[in-house]
Structure formats: structure tokens, C-alpha cells
Design a protein around this ligand. Structure first.
Ligand code: ATP
Length: 195
């Protein structure tokens, strides 16, 4: 039987309960064997990331540790240059059994910009793109090409973002229930997002 592998790339600065909840729901809805979280070393579409790739990898690892069907990949940490998803997908394909099905998961905000991603046509050819609901992004915001070529899942709308968590930490406010406890402890112990 073929392996059904979810791939969930992101900056994960920090990884939050929105990421984890949606990954768990997609795992169930699509009967995936595993969801692989892939923290980007250099996210091509983001500037001024305040943490190191290693810190973001560590937080993602802490968040996923107690879920037997979640795993974290360092494939982008080991590669120089911008972390293009198409290169990640090809590297993961090479490392997977030949009949593996790859499901590339992304929020609707990422899907809205997909046509600006490197080799986006190839991404759509080489994986099943799975779009997750994201507050503020409607059906009509998505590129028409995705209508027939991607799967939009009825996931709940989760109003949590890493940006808001960083803002709350900076303001000295609680982030409880927005990240897992081990991730919050890591953020506090490393003094992340204070400035
Ligand atoms: P930031 O606020 O710093 O931009 P983020 O919360 O969007 O970060 P990322 O690590 O950039 O988090 O997101 C990784 C992937 O998860 C992206 O595809 C993004 O669209 C998706 N995602 C993040 N948060 C949510 C959410 N609350 N609902 C749906 N998708 C989400």
C-alpha cells in the first residue's frame, strides 16, 4: 500500500496551535500516514525573521514530540539559499518509497500567493496541494488555476498567527493556549520576541 505523506512547510516563528490543530485534522480527513513539518531556513517570502532556523526547528520539534504521526524534517535547514518548496518536495520524493503520495498543505493566505512561488506549476504536478481555511481569505481570493488543481478542505477557521504571538510576547501578555507549554517555556528561556 502506498504511503500518504503530508508536508507542512512554514517559518514556524513560533509554531502555534493553529498549525498543530489543522495538521491533525488534515491527517484524519485525508487518512495520512504522517505529517511532516518542514521549518524553512530562509523563507523566500519573509524578511527580518527574528529567530534562527535552529530555534524554529527546535520549537517545532518540541511541539510535535508527543504526536506519533507528526515528524519534523531538517531538509531545508541543511540546504543553502532560499528555502524553495519545489526543491524540498523533490528532495523528499527522492527519500521516500517510490509509491508515496505527497500532500502539500498550506493556509489559504499562502495559496493566494502560490503563483509567485518558484516552479509553482511543478508543485501542482508533483503533489496534491491541500488548502486550509484561513480567516480573511475567501474562495474568490485564490488564483483560478487552483480551483481545479488543489483540494480545499473544510477545516475550521483558526484565528491564531505567529505575528500575533510575537506581538503578545513583546507586550508582556499571555500566550497560553496559543502555543504548547514546551514551546512557551522555550520562548521564555531563550528570551525570544522581546524586542
Ligand atoms: P506569520 O504570522 O509570521 O506570517 P503564520 O502564523 O502565517 O506566521 P507560518 O509559519 O508562516 O505561520 O505558516 C506556515 C503555514 O501554515 C502557511 O501555509 C500558513 O498559511 C499556514 N497557517 C499558519 N497559521 C494558520 C492558521 N491560523 N490557519 C490556517 N493556516 C495557517
Amino acid at each position: 500500500m502506498s504511503l500518504r505523506l503530508g508536508i507542512f512547510g512554514g517559518t514556524f516563528d513560533p509554531v502555534h496551535l493553529g498549525h498543530l490543530l489543522l495538521a491533525e485534522i488534515v491527517h484524519r480527513l485525508l487518512r495520512l500516514d504522517r505529517v511532516l513539518f518542514v521549518p524553512a531556513r530562509v523563507p523566500p517570502h519573509k524578511e527580518g525573521v527574528p529567530t534562527s532556523p535552529e530555534q524554529r526547528f527546535r520549537m517545532t520539534d518540541l511541539a510535535c514530540a508527543d504526536n506519533p504521526h507528526f515528524a519534523v524534517s531538517d531538509v531545508e535547514l541543511r540546504r543553502d539559499g532560499p528555502s524553495y518548496t519545489i526543491e524540498t518536495l523533490r528532495a523528499l520524493r527522492e527519500a521516500s518509497p517510490p509509491d508515496t503520495e505527497h500532500f502539500l498543505m498550506m493556509g489559504a493566505d499562502s495559496a493566494r500567493d502560490l503563483e509567485s512561488w518558484k516552479a509553482h506549476e511543478d508543485l501542482l504536478d508533483e503533489s496534491t496541494v491541500v488548502i486550509l481555511e484561513r480567516p480573511g481569505v475567501g474562495e474568490s481570493d485564490l488564483p483560478p488555476s487552483l480551483e481545479t488543481r488543489a483540494t480545499r478542505l473544510p477545516t475550521p477557521s483558526v484565528e491564531i498567527s505567529s505575528t500575533e504571538i510575537r506581538r503578545l510576547v513583546r507586550a508582556g501578555e499571555s500566550i497560553r493556549y496559543m502555543v504548547t507549554d514546551p514551546v512557551e517555556r522555550f520562548i521564555r528561556s531563550q528570551g525570544l520576541y522581546l524586542s
